[in-house]
Write a protein that binds this ligand. Structure first.
Ligand SMILES: C[S@@+](CC[C@H](N)C(=O)[O-])C[C@H]1O[C@@H](n2cnc3c(N)ncnc32)[C@H](O)[C@@H]1O
Length: 229
């Protein structure tokens, strides 16, 4: 399957899974989120003290809503109209239907500039460089890009880049559709960010206190050429 078709399959799966996902997030049925990834992304955002923050691939909008409480302005965008409907129904922030392909073709499709752009488990495809480069152009002069993603240790197959199929088996609920996603090694994350003109300023690896295993990988990035004042 071509990258474009895989992206369409990712979005189609979110459309089909919108109700199940919304329920899983709002009833806290995702163990890794309870164990620390929700707290990790909120703390990373709060440290930046953003006035304007953009939540990319916001889903049903929990993070955008939480960010609206610490920032003057919080906007969430997502390619799934069904999830944006859920987000708007819950309110608390501004939500727009917008897919990554549209942003990649014209970064001005995104408003900006932003003090912080956040991608919480929302970068699922390949390649990422063109989309990340588009996001970089929407960062303000002191803006930061935060990305939380699957830790590369969470790998039950050979340690190599490639498309996998998520069946959501670790969630405490059933999902009607599986979802293709691109497993990315650490080396590949570094390369995608570098090629997009982003410098990694900080890396965090939140750990599950119960298992001692990493829960996620969290990058804080800044546009290359940014001068610290
Ligand atoms: C795992 S969910 C994460 C949702 C939210 N960030 C959270 O932490 O709860 C991934 C989200 O990315 C969105 N997404 C994936 N590919 C997308 C694309 N190409 N354009 C827009 N949104 C996309 C999906 O619709 C879905 O809401």
């Amino acid at each position: 399957m071509r990258p474009h078709e895989l992206e369409q399959r990712i979005l189609a799966s979110w459309h089909t899974n919108a109700a199940a996902w919304t329920s899983a997030v709002r009833h806290r049925l995702i163990p890794s989120r309870r164990a620390g990834t929700d707290a990790a992304i909120m703390q990373a955002c709060a440290r930046l003290r953003p006035k304007r923050v953009l939540d990319i691939g916001c889903g049903e909008g929990w993070l955008t809503r939480a960010l609206a409480e610490i920032a003057g302005e919080a906007v969430g965008i997502d390619g799934s109209a069904a999830l944006i409907d859920e987000a708007r129904a819950a309110g608390g922030a501004l939500f727009e239907v917008l897919d990554y392909q549209t942003i990649e073709a014209d970064s001005k499709a995104l408003p900006g500039p932003w003090d912080a752009i956040v991608c919480n488990f929302a970068l699922l495809g390949d390649p990422l460089t063109p989309f990340l480069a588009a996001l970089r152009t929407r960062l303000g002069p002191r803006g930061r890009l935060l990305i939380q993603t699957v830790h590369p240790w969470a790998c039950d197959a050979p340690y190599e880049n490639g498309w996998r199929e998520e069946n959501f088996a670790s969630f405490e609920t059933q999902f009607p559709a599986t979802m293709p996603w691109y497993f990315r090694t650490l080396e590949s994350w570094f390369a995608e960010l570098r090629l997009a003109g982003l410098l990694i300023e900080n890396v965090e690896e939140p750990v599950d206190a119960a298992t001692g295993k990493p829960l996620s990988l969290l990058f804080q990035c800044v546009a290359v050429g940014y001068q610290r004042h």
